[in-house]
Every structure is written in structure tokens, then in C-alpha cells.
Write a protein that binds this ligand. Structure first.
Ligand code: AMP
Length: 341
């Protein structure tokens, strides 16, 4: 069954045409739309192909324009270079840069994107993408999501009501999701450290609940969520926490994942000190997923989004590479990551 992704993903603030956008979110959308009109950003509404499963439900988001996205080979020297000629994040194109106050990261728009908008937080100083996130990375993404979600709340708030008349319906709040692909095996395509922030795929759009959403404990790490075929480490986050508490939860999960990799016999090599993994987080939960393969050799690649069941593909004909050619989707997930216990 297919459905078409809405260009605004359902609940964005309307883009404003005036020269003074009403919010940061509106400014982001204005900049995005303007770059898209100039064919500087490659974006089109995508088609959702749902994969119905009793174990790992998934959706394949078909975005043909992603064919244009450059993907550096795992051992490409460009991954380790801070030269602006080969590293698009060394000296970001000013037209793509957004005015986000942050001492450690530059906020910019992703050029080859599935979502409107798709945001990149790139480190101001070159850091390699095979390094685990540090406190500064998590805080930058957390602060960005807090700003965007706070704005959506304010602008959705009804401005007043007349006695006896129902207040206008509040549109659903736009929620955000941050993800990180640590290392080439985790599905990253560039080597300069960057976190992506996108509108959170909601159940009404993808027809299933993202599995980290089902983790209930804020203290005990969920490492065996029912029927998920691949290893994961998830913590729910208490409501209204600040970025320090989010970093604390992240560090606990990182420790659990490192212990797991040590048990697997993983060792530092070629200057790579962190094992390949994905991080996905929202204001409600954080999830880490250890990786063994990007899936490139099977023509069935997944980044962090794929590992929570939201795959980006460029053609519907690619879907069987995930769901049939190498066994079931569950088998493929265990190959990309590690089999669940
Ligand atoms: P990842 O695949 O996680 O390494 O993310 C890198 C992202 O950078 C991809 O999603 C690309 O679409 C995006 N990208 C590549 N080149 C550029 C560029 N010149 N400007 C903006 N975004 C880019």
C-alpha cells in the first residue's frame, strides 16, 4: 500500500512570504523553499511503501532525487579531509547556513533531502564522523529541537476564545527527531561529523509506532524490545528535562553499547576508536543501535532512520532487496546490526 508524503509532513507552520518570517521555523522553511526554487536543494514529496510485519513494521520512502546524493566510499580519503573542495561541511555554502546561535556547531540545510526541511548540525571544527557523539553534539541537537518545538507550541496556541464558542482546534504539535550515523558501516555518506534533525515521522503518516517509543523505563536500559530483530539500547526520557539530563541518559546508553561491543571482541583499528552505530533521539527517548554493515554490498543500505523502520530508497524496485533477496527483512536487520538476544 502506498501513500504520498505530504510536502509539509503534516503540521509545519505555514511558510510566510513576507521578508520578516514570524518564527525561526518559518525562516527555515522560507530558506528551504527559496533554495528549492533555485534548484539548489533536491527535494520532492516522497511515496510511502508500507511493509506490513508482525515483528518489525517498516516503511520505504521512495525519493528518486536521492540518486543525486554523493556517497563517499568507506575508505575514501575525503572522509578524513577538511579541504572545502572535497568536504561540503568544511566551509558551508552561506546560502545553506541558518542563524542558529551555537558556539560548537553550524546549522545548515541538507541539499539532498527526504524531508522539508532536513537540517544538518555540522561541527565548526573538523571532527571525524566515526567518533561517537559528545556532550556538545547532543546539546546542540537538543537545543535546536527545543527551540523548534517551543515555537510550534506557541504559534499553535489559540489566541483567545469567546464565551460559549469552542476555541479553534489546535493543530498537532510538530515534533522533531535527531539522528547520527557513526561511521560508514552505520550508513553515513560524509566524513565530517554531523547530526541530522528532521520532522519526526508520526504514526498517522507511517502507520506504526517507532519501536523506541515503546520503551517505558527512564532508568533501566531496554535492550530487548519485543520482536525487534536487531540489538538496540533505549531509554525513555522524563518530561521537561534539560540538555544535561539528556546527555547523562545518552552516556549511559553509550556505556551499555560499548560493553556490548567489547563482548563481541571489537577493537580500535586504523585510528577508529568508536564502533559503528546509530543514534536516534527525540525529546521522549534515546536509542543506540550497534552496526556491522551499511548494507551497501547487498544494495540495501540503511542509516539510523532505516534501523528504526523508516528507509529511504530511490525506486520501488529496491524494496525486495530489503525484504526478500537476503531472506526476510528481520534477517536483513540482524545482518545490518547484530541479532537481538
Ligand atoms: P550522512 O549520510 O549521514 O553522512 O549525511 C550527510 C548528508 O549530507 C546527506 O544526507 C547529504 O544529503 C548531505 N549533503 C551532501 N552534500 C551536501 C552539500 N554540499 N550541502 C548540503 N548537504 C549535503
Amino acid at each position: 500500500m502506498t501513500s504520498r508524503g505530504d510536502a509539509t509532513n503534516g503540521s509545519h507552520l505555514p511558510a510566510v512570504e513576507s521578508s520578516t518570517p514570524s518564527s525561526f521555523h518559518a525562516l527555515v522553511l522560507d530558506t528551504f523553499d527559496s533554495l528549492q526554487r533555485q534548484s539548489q536543494i533536491f527535494y520532492a514529496p516522497y511515496e510511502n511503501i508500507k511493509h506490513v510485519s508482525t515483528t518489525f513494521p517498516a516503511v520505504f520512502q521512495v525519493a528518486p532525487h536521492l540518486n543525486r546524493k554523493p556517497v563517499l566510499a568507506a575508505d575514501a580519503p575525503e572522509r578524513r579531509s577538511n579541504n572545502a573542495k572535497v568536504n561540503p561541511f568544511a566551509n558551508p555554502d552561506p546560502a545553506f547556513v541558518l542563524p542558529f546561535q551555537c558556539t560548537t556547531h553550524t546549522l545548515m540545510l541538507n541539499k539532498y533531502c527526504v524531508y522539508r526541511p532536513q537540517l544538518l548540525l555540522v561541527t565548526k571544527q573538523y571532527r571525524p564522523q566515526h567518533e561517537a557523539l559528545d556532550a556538545g553534539d547532543v546539546k546542540a541537537a537538543w537545543d535546536l529541537m527545543t527551540q523548534l518545538e517551543g515555537e510550534a507550541l506557541d504559534s499553535d496556541r489559540p489566541t483567545g476564545s469567546t464565551q460559549g464558542v469552542s476555541p479553534p482546534q489546535r493543530s498537532p504539535r510538530q515534533r522533531w527527531l535527531a539522528f547520527y550515523n557513526c561511521g560508514a558501516e552505520a550508513g553515513s555518506s560524509q566524513g565530517h561529523k554531523h547530526v541530522q534533525v528532521v520532522p519526526r515521522p508520526e504514526t498517522h503518516e507511517i502507520s506504526f509506532e517507532l519501536f523506541p517509543e515503546t520503551a517505558t523505563s527512564t532508568t533501566t536500559v531496554a535492550a530487548n524490545i519485543d520482536s525487534i530483530p536487531h540489538k538496540h539500547f533505549v531509554l525513555r526520557l522524563p518530561d521537561n528535562i534539560g540538555s544535561d539530563a539528556a546527555v547523562e541518559a545518552y552516556n549511559r546508553l553509550l556505556q551499555s553499547m560499548r560493553t556490548f561491543f567489547n563482548e563481541q571482541g571489537w577493537r580500535n583499528h586504523n585510528g577508529v576508536t568508536d564502533p559503528p552505530h546509530n543514534v536516534v533521539f527525540t525529546k521522549d527517548w534515546i536509542c543506540l543501535i550497534p552496526r556491522r554493515s551499511s548494507g551497501m554490498e547487498r544494495y540495501a543500505m540503511a542509516n539510523a532512520m532505516g534501523m528504526i523502520g523508516v528507509f529511504g530508497v530511490t525506486h520501488p524496485a529496491q524494496v525486495p532487496s530489503f525484504t526478500e533477496d537476503w531472506g526476510s527483512l528481520d534477517e536483513h536487520m540482524a545482518y545490518l546490526g547484530f541479532p537481538a538476544d
